[in-house]
Design a protein around this ligand. Structure first.
Ligand code: NAP
Length: 270
């Protein structure tokens, strides 16, 4: 019997897809979550909180590889620290981490930077924790997932007048494609920092908002706003993009059509 793989964040958008892909291999899969779940489909769930460290030792016990997909808008450095400490005690052989494109290029120096883009600094700090953990590691940086951009534009579209940060672009990628790459990396040897993964095309945020409004038959006024600070400057210069690694295939348009179809079908069914 081979050691199980542990997927932190295995209940999230990305982690769930990683778990599903690993389930169809011979691997035994364990998931760490803050809530208890019924075991299902051969998945073992462990309750633990990476922010406090509670339950993490038990979750990493006997695990060969950890795919660290747990994350939130704040505190990813602390979560990584609690995880690597437990993993080092347990003698984990490979830690795979998902970070974000631009983590090392978006300076977070002022309070304004931190308030708006502190996420990137936390991801960078978590990368450092992984790099210096003493564990064999692999880190993949991805651009924003389609799902995240969809949530953003959906929220913005609730406003009658939509403030859209001027000059901000995104290169959304399909989470399923990121999951496939993470699985490939987790089944391979520790590789350090690997090439980024980004979606096939770069869009102005305005284009993403307009395409959503068009596809969902909404009329709104868009109001360009200028974001202050060094982090915003770096973002306008494209620090969050990886056009040289536009390896994703599924476009935003394809994703959007599929997601809106799901929403309409759900409304008809309920
Ligand atoms: N979304 C993007 O566009 C994007 C782009 C690049 C990189 N990433 C990175 O990819 C990873 C996954 O993103 P996602 O969008 O799939 O996230 P998500 O859907 O928000 O899921 C977050 C996951 O993290 C777990 N989690 C959060 N806090 C935790 C804690 N204190 N202890 C244990 N588990 C915790 C949650 O598990 P429970 O609720 O079950 O506890 C959940 O499964 C994150 O590290 C994110 O930074 C995301």
């Amino acid at each position: 019997m081979t050691s199980p793989l542990l997927i932190t964040g295995g209940t999230g958008t990305l982690g769930r897809l990683v778990v599903a892909r690993l389930r169809v291999t011979d691997c035994s899969v364990r998931v760490l979550s803050r809530r208890s779940h019924e075991p299902g489909d051969g998945i073992e769930f462990m309750v633990g909180d990476l922010a406090t460290g509670e339950g993490v030792d038990a979750a990493v016990h006997g695990v060969g590889t950890i795919v660290h997909c747990a994350g939130s808008t704040k505190g990813d450095e602390d979560k990584a620290r609690n995880l690597v400490r437990a993993a080092a005690r347990a003698g984990t052989q490979h830690l795979v981490y998902i970070s974000v494109v631009g983590a090392e290029r978006i300076p977070v120096v002022s309070g304004i930077d931190r308030a708006m883009f502190g996420y990137f600094a936390a991801k960078r700090a978590a990368e450092e924790v992984v790099t210096h953990s003493g564990l064999p590691w692999t880190t993949l940086r991805a651009t924003q997932f389609h799902d995240l951009m969809f949530t953003v534009v959906q929220q913005l579209a609730k406003l009658p007048v939509i403030p859209v940060p001027a000059g901000v672009r995104f290169q959304p990628v399909e989470a399923e494609e990121v999951a496939a790459r993470l699985v490939e990396l987790s089944l391979g040897k520790p590789s350090g920092l690997v090439p980024d993964i980004g979606g096939p095309l770069v869009y102005e945020l305005t284009e993403l908002v307009r395409s959503y409004l068009r596809a969902s038959h909404r009329l709104r006024v868009l109001m360009p706003v200028h974001l202050p600070g060094k982090a915003a400057l770096a973002i306008r210069a494209g620090a969050n993009l990886a056009p040289e690694h536009a390896v994703g295939h599924r476009s935003w348009e394809e994703f959007l059509a599929g997601r809106l179809h799901e929403v309409v079908s759900y409304r008809h069914a309920s």
